[in-house]
Design a protein around this ligand. Structure first.
Ligand SMILES: Nc1ncnc2c1ncn2[C@@H]1O[C@H](COP(=O)(O)OP(=O)(O)OC[C@H]2O[C@@H]([n+]3cccc(C(=O)O)c3)[C@H](O)[C@@H]2O)[C@@H](O)[C@H]1O
Ligand SMILES: Nc1ncnc2c1ncn2[C@@H]1O[C@H](COP(=O)(O)OP(=O)(O)OP(=O)(O)O)[C@@H](O)[C@H]1O
Ligand SMILES: [Mg+2]
Length: 247
């Protein structure tokens, strides 16, 4: 485990060196993936790493867990509450759409959720440009394959140190790094609306996605769903689709 962690830490350092910047910043949510990333970037750059906690009508337990991650990793941090910003911005957009009769109740929850993820991304990039840091994303292999992230939201980052790790491997890294048990064992959640859990929304489990990605047998209906999610989200993993004129 120490060898794997050392490899990631070296990769983080070379990413910073190659980019000619000073360090690394990430958002810490109180969830497992960002807890692991916070520990790793703190190891790579004890004096030049930063965790940003961004509450937005957040679950109080998660925010308590985020504070625990700051304490146990010893990472520098700051907190930016986005609740009011989000309320103002979403409220204004909603009113304009309603005035044009274009507001759709069935799109409301997801549109609202994705704005939250994009406000967090904007906050991280604003902080990053002041410190001259890179923005570190937290996506793991299962999330990346299924496209379970917001395009240009939590998917809008500079580097992804965990993208080659399955969810259970991220958990193993977390165990080794001494992440508190309550963070290791809770249900993964994007916390974009009350009661949201990744597995309920995706319709399958991380255990099945991990198994599938390792080439193990999974029930047909899960296999089909995972492949559907993957195909539907290919645009998120690829550079912006461009038109090239004929010459
Ligand atoms: N074929 C295509 N080619 C190019 N672009 C395409 C496209 N299809 C849609 N699009 C664009 O992509 C947009 C849809 O993608 P996107 O905006 O990402 O939105 P979408 O995939 O609909 O939703 C994001 C999903 O990620 C989950 N999430 C978000 C944030 C954090 C976490 C977490 O685990 O913490 C999870 C969230 O709960 C939700 O299930 C469309 O509005 C459209 O603009
Ligand atoms: N309240 C928040 N404060 C700061 N960053 C956040 C917050 N909510 C989400 N994020 C950022 O968005 C990322 C995506 O969330 P995601 O839920 O996939 O990861 P996680 O919460 O770290 O782990 P888990 O998937 O186990 O819940 C987080 O890792 C974090 O970087
Ligand atoms: Mg989470």
């Amino acid at each position: 485990m120490e060898k794997v962690i050392d490899e990631i830490v070296q990769w983080l350092r070379s990413s910073v060196r190659d980019a000619g910047v000073n360090g690394l910043v990430t958002g810490v949510s109180g969830g497992l993936d960002s807890a692991v990333v916070a520990h790793l970037i703190q190891r790579a750059f004890p004096d030049d790493s930063l965790a940003v906690i961004m509450p937005l009508n957040s679950n109080p337990d998660d925010m308590e867990h985020a504070e625990k991650v700051i304490e146990t990793s010893g990472i520098n941090h700051l907190s930016v509450d986005l609740t009011e910003t989000h309320q103002t911005m979403y409220g204004q957009i909603q009113a304009k759409l309603q005035a044009k009769d274009a507001f759709r109740e069935d799109s409301d929850q997801l549109a609202d959720a994705n704005l939250r993820a994009r406000l967090r991304m904007s906050t991280l990039y604003t902080v990053a440009s002041h410190y001259r840091y890179l923005v570190v994303g937290t996506d793991n292999a299962a999330e990346w394959y299924t496209g379970y992230f917001t395009k240009y939201g939590d998917g809008g980052v500079d580097i992804l140190p965990l993208v080659d790790f399955l969810k259970h491997e991220v958990k193993e890294l977390g165990q080794y790094l001494g992440i508190p048990k309550e963070i290791l064992t809770k249900q993964p959640s994007a916390d974009l609306w009350e009661g949201q859990t990744d597995e309920a929304e995706m319709g399958t489990t991380y255990a099945k996605i991990d198994a599938y990605l390792q080439g193990e047998e999974v029930p047909d209906k899960d296999k089909k769903l995972i492949e559907q999610l993957h195909a539907r989200t290919s645009h998120k993993r690829n550079p912006v689709k461009q038109f090239h004129r004929s010459r």
